[in-house]
Ligand binder design. Sequence first.
Ligand SMILES: N[C@@H](CCC(=O)N[C@@H](CS)C(=O)NCC(=O)O)C(=O)O
Length: 210
Amino acid sequence: MIRLHGFAVSNYYNKVKLVLLEKGLAFEEVYNRASKDPATLELSPLGKIPFIETEHGPLSESQVIVDYLEELQPSPSLLPVDPWQRAKIRELVTYLETHVELTARRLYPQAFFGGSVSDHVLTQTRDDLIKVITAFGKLARFGPYLAGNQFSYADCAGLVHLPLVSMATKAVYGEDLMAAFPIRDYLKLLGERPSVQRVNADRKAALAPK
Ligand SMILES: N[C@@H](CCC(=O)N[C@@H](CS)C(=O)NCC(=O)O)C(=O)O
């Protein structure tokens, strides 16, 4: 059985968990807060989560894991059949993660963890975010799903990253830099799926005061 390492508040962890749930693959969750202990580094060389343990060995990097799961169990598919459409979905996810989410991540210490980020970084990040969010907007469809009229693994990424980026910019700049997108309606639509309900419930439980 696949063992998924990470924790229920992590956006990248939840992306992989959604894919596992959507595909109906059996998996076990292993709590790991991105530990840098030698045992974890053997499984995920940068100590990042999520990573999975399989019968063949460990695999890290969420998008690599998602691609592996798609090939391991093609049905139900989270990608269209057409190679061009598949590539366009990968393009969209890359813009969302490598450009938008990774840039917004600079804000997280101040937005979510009680830290502070220098004025210089805040100003630079705002400029960078406007650029990458505009670029992402040229690819995103919200029609009603992120890549068009079918649920795909772009939505497993959209569900976990879009609200986070929106919240971070609101918290730090007092302005939602994602306001141009219909995120509320989009999240409502995705919230009808049992996989999303499970991920949201587990995140809520993990955030609840102990
Ligand atoms: N590119 C990685 C990003 C994963 C990532 O940044 N995970 C965060 C938790 S959400 C983490 O492990 N942070 C701790 C660290 O970077 O050492 C992926 O897609 O899996």
